[in-house]
Design a protein around this ligand. Structure first.
Ligand SMILES: [Zn+2]
Length: 443
């Protein structure tokens, strides 16, 4: 259920350089409090006294302790990775500034040609390649070694590296074009660049969102139409019942990279599509798939993608205002040392990357909370649309393979971009408790 990953990836790339927006990769820093232990009952009673809390506990104890400890460790490690990413990229950007490498990359770009837009593109290319190389060991650890260690990855090193290089190429070319536009704006509008820069970034993000499902996503995975009528038809029926005119459901061959069960809504305007991944298809019952697709349709019907643009639009404008203040202050203090004198000087780009990375790092809980609230809305919509509370609970347990099932309330508030397993299962059991008469003879 990682519907915004492409959009967030692009926003992050736009604002922070290739891989520095740590909040996209995981969930934020902090150790987790041990999960609260709650009394457990052994079965789900199907009487008028159906107790949603007890039913929730009954689901949660189905996970063997060793599996639970493993997924808790995986997820909590992700909190620390956010911190390590932030610290690593901070160090890399400072290194580029303090050692004068950034100034040298600018000088090199200027020696090649006198055409300014090409300077920007050449500088950007060096910047992306160099920062990626410096961050490569951490990337290998967190995206390859660690994923394999927890049994979540399926790729061998060669294809994994191939995907990384594709991402690098996209960052060089696509974001390079944005950088050319942004630097043209900064140089022509020295006082108001931050407003126009924010607008240009927003337009670029919107464009990226439109083209992502059609041109970007297929570079990494195959998308095929779901043909099996036993699965497709109930999904399309639910779509029609909820006013969605979708004719197709798409399947992503995510098993190429991962064992995770997932589905998402991607795209914008006419490129919007509902996608489920092949792991979900292989491992879940039709009822479970329906419950997931009900959730995804919730995102669609409640226009979450448009709300995202509004939310991120505001944060992009605020982010650029912060960039302006922060860059003027830092360049006034250290610009001479760094041989980066004005905001329009390419040598100052690592400073912008540093500021925006800090901005996102600090706002991590806000992004998570924004996302989690929408995910909860989609859960509620999905329960009403699919009417499969027990299937929903089973899927929540499967998602618990890579997301800690039972976080403490503060931990969930700060670090979860989706509700925790307990919250989601409880919502399903609460729904069930209020619909017992209608569900009478099901499952
Ligand atoms: Zn979702």
């Amino acid at each position: 259920m990682q519907r915004r990953s492409v959009f967030l990836m692009f926003l992050a790339v736009v604002l922070a350089g290739l891989t520095s927006a740590a909040w996209v990769k995981g969930q934020a820093a902090a150790t987790a409090a041990p999960p609260a232990q709650t009394a457990v009952i052994s079965a789900t009673p199907r009487t008028a006294h159906f107790d949603p809390v007890a039913a929730t506990n009954a689901y949660l104890v189905k996970v063997p302790p060793d599996k639970k400890a493993r997924s808790d460790a995986y997820f909590e490690g992700g909190y620390w990775l956010i911190l390590w990413n932030f610290l690593l990229y901070t160090a890399v950007y400072l290194l580029l500034l303090v050692t004068g490498w950034s100034a040298r990359m600018r000088d090199l770009a200027e020696r090649v040609t006198h055409f300014k837009p090409v300077h920007t593109f050449l500088y950007w290319t060096q910047f992306v390649v160099l920062t990626s190389l410096l961050a490569f060991p951490l990337d290998v650890y967190q995206d390859y070694i660690r994923e394999h260690k927890y049994g979540l990855a399926t790729q061998t090193f060669g294809p994994w590296l191939g995907d990384q290089l594709k991402g690098l190429g996209l960052a060089v070319v696509f974001v390079g074009l944005l950088m050319v536009a942004l630097y043209a704006i900064v140089r022509r509008l020295p006082r108001t660049w931050w407003i126009w820069g924010a607008m240009a970034s927003l337009v670029f993000s919107t464009f990226a969102l439109v083209i992502a499902p059609v041109f970007i996503a297929p570079l990494f995975n195959k998308y095929t139409r779901l043909e099996d009528p036993a699965i497709r038809d109930p999904i399309l029926s639910m779509a029609r019942a909820n006013g969605i005119s979708a004719k197709d459901v798409f399947v992503q061959d995510a098993s190429r990279q991962t064992t995770r069960v997932s589905a998402f809504v991607t795209g914008f305007l006419n490129t919007e599509r509902i996608v489920l991944n092949d792991n979900l298809l292989k491992r879940c019952s039709v009822a479970e798939i329906e419950s997931v697709m009900g959730h995804e349709m919730g995102h669609y019907v409640m226009h979450h993608v448009y709300k995202d643009l509004l939310f991120f639009g505001v944060l992009i404008v605020l982010g650029f205002a912060f960039l302006r203040r922060g860059s003027e202050w830092a360049l006034g203090r250290w610009g001479d040392k760094w041989r980066a004198h004005t905001v329009g000087d390419l040598a100052a780009l690592p400073l912008f990357a540093l500021l925006i990375t800090t901005y996102f790092f600090v706002l991590t809980p806000l992004f998570n909370t924004y996302s989690r609230v929408q995910e909860y809305e989609a859960d509620i919509f999905g329960l009403n649309a699919a009417r499969q509370p027990d299937a929903e609970a089973e899927v929540d347990l499967k998602l618990g393979e890579y997301r800690k099932l039972d976080p403490g309330p503060i931990e969930e508030f700060l670090f979860y971009d989706h509700p925790g397993g307990r919250t989601r299962i409880y919502a399903a059991m609460r729904w069930k408790a209020e619909h017992l008469n209608e569900l009478g003879n099901r499952d």
